[in-house]
Write a protein that binds this ligand. Structure first.
Ligand SMILES: *[C@@H]1O[C@H](CO)[C@@H](O)[C@H](O)[C@H]1NC(C)=O
Ligand SMILES: *[C@@H]1O[C@H](CO)[C@@H](O)[C@H](O)[C@H]1NC(C)=O
Ligand SMILES: *[C@@H]1O[C@H](CO)[C@@H](O)[C@H](O)[C@H]1NC(C)=O
Ligand SMILES: *[C@@H]1O[C@H](CO)[C@@H](O)[C@H](O)[C@H]1NC(C)=O
Ligand SMILES: *[C@@H]1O[C@H](CO)[C@@H](O)[C@H](O)[C@H]1NC(C)=O
Length: 473
């Protein structure tokens, strides 16, 4: 009896312990899920409702995606850095996005010149662009490919778009000139409502091999893709309606902005993320205008602000009569003066640079006095060109459009002058991983390394009051 009981007991203990283990596993998973939920859910409890915003929007369910973000770059042929900082190429990222695509591919674009024929060149380095066009044409026959593009001028090549259309892509031209006196300057992809690409590269073979570009790809991120999809749908709508709705229908609204960002895991790191957009007239309810996002990122910085943009001008570049526009300029000087923030601007110099830009940059760079903790510095980045490379039109330039502070990574598509924020359609990805305890490098630390690599390279020259531009670029 005793033995029998023991035996039965043993079996029961065995069963019981399996049951306990299973229960423990379930409990662990539940607890982990609850912890994750707490981590990811904005602190809004139902008994203490958050003060409702003027838009009556509140963040919906947090994104449960575990997204993977990768910085990608185009480094012009022949450029070499003394640095271990490297990232996959934009060419590779476009190939991998097309390889992932199963159902849909939406592209917002400025213009299309992916082939030698488009640019009247005979360059072996057009191969990457030509490959992208061929693959896009193949995909256009098998899944939904939609392209929103700025209405091309008659002088602009349209061969790529015609090819894609004949291959089955849906194309809408957006007449931003008529709508806002600007252009559709945005460059992003949304794949399968799940992966996104956003950054400085145009749909141009030169953007893959002859122009320096920076972008981000985010894989497996349906919440972010859904939000970028809303910006795409706005362009798509404009392509059809040829007028801007005011207000925008509710389907274009977003919950996610600088005040209530999307909470998600990026490379296993808890992150606050949002997408900003310009001009304000194409922002539906809830969307942070691109200028507001830049100003708030600058304001939020405590120790440094590194900016890499092709053009920087405190003017409305394209307006007649001329207009001064110092929103960003003032914010930078304020940060340097009031908070002693270190400000670095890495600006491009090439034969299409408007000369007036240097007068304004010298003015900014004059806010430098170590004795009084004033520290704004400007460097000019020049992409060298061989005689043969010089023949490629509109190439050999740093086309980056990003900013990194001690807290935030901002990856955009706009030149930094007034027109781009007032009239021109652009968008940006803003990533805040300040709260991160993770060991994985943050996007901010990776972007900072890119900036430091470029800033300290031989391709950069300090801009001082004495700089003679003819000696530099
Ligand atoms: C695309 O092709 C169709 C016919 O195949 C044509 O009706 C349409 O106008 C074309 N659209 C564009 C934007 O080229
Ligand atoms: C997306 O997630 C799935 C499932 O975790 C994974 O198999 C796949 O490799 C991921 N895709 C990319 C492009 O990272
Ligand atoms: C970044 O996130 C931190 C905490 O998560 C927050 O305090 C800070 O305001 C955020 N910064 C910006 C610019 O959104
Ligand atoms: C940025 O500014 C440059 C110089 O004004 C201009 O050539 C370029 O078109 C702008 N960016 C784009 C791609 O529009
Ligand atoms: C890399 O370092 C070498 C040796 O110091 C120098 O000659 C070269 O110009 C550097 N290149 C860049 C891009 O900084």
């Amino acid at each position: 009896m005793h033995v029998e009981w023991r035996r039965r007991d043993n079996r029961q203990i065995h069963l019981y312990s399996r049951y306990v283990m299973a229960l423990a596993t379930v409990t662990t998973v539940l607890l982990a899920a609850m912890a994750l939920y707490n981590l990811l859910t904005p602190r809004v409890s139902s008994s203490h409702p958050a003060p409702s915003s003027s838009l009556h929007l509140s963040p919906a369910e947090s994104c449960s995606d575990s997204c993977r973000i990768v910085l990608v770059e185009s480094i012009p042929e022949g450029l070499e850095f003394n640095s271990s900082t490297t990232h996959p190429s934009i060419f590779q990222s476009w190939l991998s996005l097309m390889a992932e695509a199963r159902s849909s591919l939406n592209i917002a674009s400025f213009y299309w010149t992916l082939t030698n024929q488009d640019t009247g060149t005979h360059e072996p380095t057009a191969y990457q662009g030509e490959t992208i066009l061929t693959k896009l044409a193949e995909l256009s026959g098998t899944l939904s490919v939609r392209i929103a593009v700025n209405t091309p001028q008659d002088s602009q090549p349209q061969r790529d778009l015609t090819l894609l259309n004949h291959s089955g892509a849906d194309i809408r031209t957006v007449n931003m000139r008529q709508l806002t006196s600007g252009v559709l300057h945005t460059k992003f992809w949304v794949v399968d409502k799940k992966h996104v690409y956003i950054g400085s590269a145009n749909m141009d073979w030169r953007s893959l091999t002859q122009v320096k570009e920076l972008a981000a790809v985010v894989y497996n991120c349906s919440s972010l893709a859904a939000d970028l999809g809303k910006i795409f749908e706005a362009y798509w709508f404009l392509g059809e309606s040829q007028s801007i709705p005011s207000p925008w229908p509710a389907s274009f609204s977003t919950f996610y902005n600088k005040d209530t960002p999307l909470q998600l895991l990026l490379n296993n790191t808890p992150s606050s993320v949002y997408l900003s957009s310009s001009p304000p007239s194409v922002c539906a309810a809830g969307r942070t205008p691109d200028l507001q996002s830049i100003l708030s990122v600058i304001e939020d910085a405590q120790s440094f602000i590194y900016i890499a943009v092709m053009n920087y001008l405190p003017t409305m570049e394209f307006s007649h009569p001329k207009r001064y526009w110092a929103d960003i300029d003032t914010q930078l000087r304020r940060a340097a003066y009031e908070k002693k923030v270190e400000v670095r601007l890495l600006i491009s110099c090439w034969n299409s640079t408007p000369p007036v830009m240097f007068s304004f940059l010298k003015s900014l760079a004059s806010v430098y006095d170590p004795k009084h903790n004033l520290d704004i510095q400007v460097r000019l980045f020049v992409v060298p060109a061989s005689p043969k490379q010089k023949e490629i039109p509109f190439a050999r330039v740093n086309h980056n459009k990003y900013m990194v502070t001690d807290k935030i990574a901002y990856i955009g598509t706009s030149n930094w002058s007034g027109d781009y924020f007032a009239n021109t359609a652009g968008s940006a990805l803003v990533v805040n991983q300040t709260a991160s305890q993770s060991l994985e490098p943050t996007v901010q630390s990776q972007l900072k390394a890119v900036f430091e690599r470029d800033w300290s390279s031989d391709y950069s020259t300090p801009l001082t009051q004495l700089t003679n531009l003819k000696d530099v670029c």
